[in-house]
Design a binder for this molecule. Structure first.
Ligand code: 7TS
Length: 420
């Protein structure tokens, strides 16, 4: 039996953040002899037991293919799959579950829009507006589309180390050639929170289609697709406590309905003849073949879990930790910090003078602290900032101030170690 995972909504002031850690079996371990401090949440989040259980229960009790068999197990699998779609719709306040397409993740969601919507609607001379802080997955699909269609890419600039969008340039970039404006909500490299509702509103007034990359925001702050007013929005299950391999594409129904299929195969058809096929309505038209079924079921449990805590509470907690980490790091000598001084999300990127980011990450790992070093799939942004990489700490609600203290101490040790 598929059971609804319901966590009673916790009272605002009564959240015991420390106790939430016991929901995450993976956090209860030592790495290289030290308690694990997991600060690589922008890459992927850890999974609470309710999510692991939901996936295990599905395989132990309900596993069957969806929409195909008229037998009990298939009916249960289908019910679980479609319940997850309805839950995802609620999670981002879509108008209906028909606006939710399941994909492998943010990357696949954006590729779907580029190939299907972009392939149909773009012509030579059209422009696609992006920002300079996009992740490669909100950049390369548009480059591929531009190559195919003859469209051109244009970029809204980033101001420098503080990593804000230069909104004074927006009006001059929003020309009549621009057909699509795709933007990241929260930057995975800088922690910048972009004013996506305002950006979408300004684009919409000119009839420009908008896409919001919500990979770093969906599980970290309240997210309301209708209030943002975007046409498309993408996120990944694995960054919001759900399983890997499952993601969501939200598309406004009239746009999805007008888009041609992307991949062809089973599940997405109404009728197939040797030379002609008719397709199901959206969203099913975009889900060819046997989908990931345990993924949406695990994701459903993750969305319930997060909303049980409250994403407004999670955002506050993320911001407090990141603000505290930024302040502590800013006290050190020979450190360069990236991203906004205030109002940042739970990401702090930095560079130590004369120490490569990869060395920072390697030594931190020896002390049980999981960071990420590299370009974070934002190579053009790194080039703009005149660097190759950063060391990045990224936080989630199960991280604590004590962990930040230990992390800052480790950074100090690293500075000493490389100074000798
Ligand atoms: N967009 C943003 C803003 C991201 O941070 C990521 C992944 C993606 C898109 C792609 O998500 P995927 O689930 O399809 O891979 N970001 C990172 C990161 O910062 N470190 O590893 C993956």
């Amino acid at each position: 039996m598929i059971t609804e995972t319901t966590i009673p909504a916790r009272q605002k002031k009564m959240i015991d953040w420390e106790s939430l850690r016991s929901d995450f079996p993976i956090l209860q371990q030592k790495v290289h002899g030290h308690p694990l401090i997991y600060f690589d949440n922008a890459a992927t989040s850890q999974k609470p037991r309710v999510v692991i259980d939901a996936v295990r229960n599905y395989y132990e009790r309900d596993n069957a293919n969806v929409h195909r068999g008229i037998h009990e197990l298939s009916n249960r699998a289908t019910a679980g799959y479609e319940a997850a779609r309805a839950r995802a719709s609620k999670f981002i306040n879509a108008r209906s579950a028909d606006e939710i397409v399941f994909t492998r993740g943010t990357t696949e969601s954006i590729n779907l829009v580029a190939a299907s919507w972009g392939g149909k609607n773009l012509e030579p001379g059209d422009k696609i507006l992006l920002t300079e802080m996009e992740h490669h997955s909100n950049l390369v699909p548009w480059q591929l589309l531009a190559e195919r269609t003859g469209a051109k890419l244009v970029y809204l600039p980033v101001t420098g180390d503080e990593g804000l969008l230069d909104l004074s340039k927006l009006d001059s970039l929003l020309t009549k050639e621009v057909k699509l404006f795709a933007m990241v909500h929260i930057s995975n490299s800088l922690g910048t929170v972009n004013p996506v509702a305002e950006l979408c509103e300004r684009a919409r007034k000119l009839g420009i289609v908008t896409l919001v990359d919500a990979a770093q925001s969906a599980g970290h702050c309240p997210l309301d697709a209708r209030q943002i007013g975007c046409d498309f929005l993408a996120f990944s299950g694995h960054k919001i406590c759900g399983p890997t391999g499952i993601g969501v594409l939200y598309g406004r129904q009239e746009l999805l309905e007008a888009m041609p299929p992307w991949q062809g195969g089973g599940e997405m058809i109404l009728s197939v003849d040797f030379f002609k096929t008719t397709y199901k309505h959206a969203p099913h038209r975009f889900e060819a073949g046997t989908p990931d079924i345990s993924g949406p079921i695990g994701l459903h449990a993750a969305m319930d879990y997060l909303d049980g805590i409250g994403r407004d509470n999670i955002f506050k907690h993320d911001q407090e930790l990141a603000g505290y980490a930024y302040e502590q790091l800013a006290r050190l000598n020979n450190i360069r910090l990236f991203g906004p001084k205030t109002g940042r999300a739970g990401v702090v990127s930095f560079l130590l003078k004369d120490v490569h980011a990869h060395d920072v990450v390697t030594v931190a790992d020896q002390r049980g602290v999981a960071l990420r070093g590299g370009h974070h799939c934002t190579q053009p942004l790194m080039r703009k900032l005149g660097i190759e990489s950063t060391a990045r700490s990224s936080f989630y609600f199960y991280n604590t101030k004590a962990e930040v203290d230990r992390f800052v101490e480790v950074v100090r040790e690293i500075q000493k170690f490389f100074a000798e």
